[in-house]
Design a protein around this ligand. Sequence first.
Ligand code: ADP
Ligand code: MG
Ligand code: MG
Length: 910
Amino acid sequence: MATQETVEHKYVYAFAEGNKDLKELLGGKGANLAEMTNLGLPVPPGFTITTEACKAYLATGEEPDGLAGQIAAHLASLEQAMGKRLGDPEDPLLVSVRSGAKFSMPGMMETVLNVGLNDRSVQGLARQAGGADQQATGGADRFAWDSYRRLIQMFGKTVCEVPGEEFEHALDDAKRAKGTGNDLDLDADDLRGLVDAYKKIFFKHTGREFPQEPREQLDLAIRAVFESWNAERAVLYRRQERIPADLGTAVNVVAMVFGNLGPDSGTGVAFTRDPASGAQGIYGDYLANAQGEDVVAGIRNTVPLQELERLDKKSYDELLGIMARLEGHYKDLCDIEFTIERGKLWMLQTRVGKRTAAAAFVIAGQLVDEGLIDLDEALHRVNGAQLAQLMFPRFRLDHEFQPVAKGIGASPGAASGKVVFTSARAVELAAEGESVILVRRETNPDDLNGMIAAQGILTSRGGKTSHAAVVARGMGKTCVSGADEIDVNVPQRRFVVGGQTVVEGDIVSIDGTTGKVYLGEVPVMPSEVVQYFEGSLDPEHVDNALVRAVHRIMSHADARRRLAVRTNADTGADAARARRFGAEGIGLCRTEHMFLGDRRELVERLILARDNAEREAALAALLPLQRADFEEIFREMDGMPVTVRLIDPPLHEFLPPLEQLAVNVAVAQERGEDVAQEEALLAAVRRMHEENPMLGLRGVRLGLVIPGLFAMQVRAIAEAAVTVTRSGAVARPEIMVPLVGAVQELETVRAEAEKIIAEVVGDSGVEVLIGTMIEVPRAALTAGQIAEAAQFFSFGTNDLTQMGWGFSRDDVEGAFFWRYLELGIFGISPFESIDRDGVGRLVRIAAEEGRAARPELKLGVCGEHGGDPESVHFFHEVGLDYVSCSPFRVPVARLEAGRAAVQTDGSDSR
Ligand code: ADP
Ligand code: MG
Ligand code: MG
């Protein structure tokens, strides 16, 4: 105790000393027990040992100085409050020892109930429970021995690592001997026998007798909870959920209340609204004559909470009142655990409850209606990942479809197809136009081609950071991982699930959101939220709580956000869809597709041109085609800015592959055909072959090397803009030069472009901006110079990430990212979410130095990061003007831009 001069570190808090904001220190469970205590709710008294004590213990392997004394002092207060002593043979106080970290980790860590029971206090407990009531004695005996066997079981398993099945087998044996399947049929004598059997199991595995000393039981249990923080499954869970590894868990010591004292006792769990849909009402399960862990363990069938109204109206009404009070207090959906001991209600836990994506929106909307929160707060309560989930197409699940297995929803979406077991077969069938699902025990880098070819990926092993999961998310492909009920046999090309055998070619359907696997083809339908964005569901009239809530929250996000949201679109159709999704312009219109299809032939002529005349003829033929493309897009985006990127990829991408061409030429020569044209092409392909095309002749470099190429594109853009404007619409082109690393490159292109624009635009009133991508690190570092020649910057964060990290995107994700994630070198692929410290720093430097040189410089981002929630927050912070992303991500970006604007503190929204 604090007898020295120095103030001792405080490791233990009575419930009355805490509150809900102390989650970091007291864990979620402890902080909320304290909050409920201070609200005057019926919480059994107890105290919380802090996460700091846990961290100190884990660091040194020993309880920190002062902890034992503080526990003794708090235990003494608890004993005084209860009028009983821990494990007293006459009238024992019993306690539970419960883990509880800052973030809830359901079922990951440990809890021990009934601490304080031993061979003597079990008798005292029985006598006290029986009281004066003679008839109750039989039941009281039963209760006491039931509690004791539970203690040995939980203590053995949790504290001493005795395999849990051994206890379960012994319990099954006892039930079988009695000829029953229900543990309630075991009487006091049976349970006494079971305690003996449990003690033997305990001795067999630990080499010692079950500890009889109550304080020793308590100390060992506390230690076990500390250590459970580093149990393998807890470590895995944290990695999956991205919960930091160094938080530690708190330990709650709580006076026991008993739900297993007879039919007028029981235990249950409840939600203050439906966590699946958000609908208001009473949701929960109740189990009479049981202790809390029975509800979760599913030992007996629970009844719906509504039944409690019939069983014990007084407790039921009190519970409803408390639930309403908790909602009002937390201003959110709460879940709770409670126990009724002989008609007296006790609250054992509450927290803001987890919910589905749909429920998150619906509940946020309801709470606004109820006046509990404002719209800013509602925006805070939902997120882009949830919205994205609500936009995936979903299976139409009629009664005939039952899942056969459930794994981890590793990459969302709904996919059906023929089962294949090898990458090669996936590629083969996909080439025939089949949709396939690649099924593997786990994937490895050799499976990459098959993963690309497949509609979806299903594995029987591995979690959210397994190879399959990481790669699938990178590719935006549906994936269910770790469906361990599926027994995959690759050599025999089949898998077995629930006794059924599925062979290659059979059809399965996988849901990458729920992780569920179905046999056969489940029909797919667009989600309601997409129908709403598409304009086919009117939120004012439709009777759909979700659509109305999404509409309301999106409108608020739009009102609050400072970032504009544009889209990446190359065709009029994409542009139109993105507009419906709320895009305010095009941030990236790629021109390369305009060189594909039947235009390839013109590109070949351009590349093979032997003189200026031939080249100019090819360009002249391309010009009207390009112009028509731009006209369509400008018309679609009437009045909104359209950023057109001049041709970017290396030209050989437009030519046939070298090997194929060589074979064709050889075969034709063999036949004695005239191959002059093919030979010239082959020579050109050889000449243009690059070891490292992504770092080779592409982007602005092409424009500087091939005379007339950029000029043709600039002319097509300007002419299209003039035509569209003359027809009464407003075209606002922004010409973007890719891959610039030095201001001189941009100046050269710009000088030529400005001449053409001046000539074409004349007095039409069209204004054309010229700017550049910032995607080469050197451009970011010389942004001050480049800004002198650019009217806007658009950050190409894909290339900036490739070149910033030196990663070739096409190679690295499949090759080693899984390992980097496993080692925690990064928590998420830097292609998925911007690397704030490195690549993000380049963005920041370029934004600051660019604006310093040219204050009116427009800043945007057009990499895929533009639709990633975390990255959107970063771009908001850096002060960009807009983000641009694929049409489907536009709503996500709008929502996150709104959230970024209202997020005043750095608190996370987990
Ligand atoms: P988890 O975090 O896994 O839910 P808990 O610490 O909440 O673990 O405890 C497991 C079960 O034991 C819960 O159902 C809870 O209600 C019950 N329980 C915990 N402490 C007590 C207590 N003091 N009296 C009665 N039941 C308890
Ligand atoms: Mg609990
Ligand atoms: Mg690029």
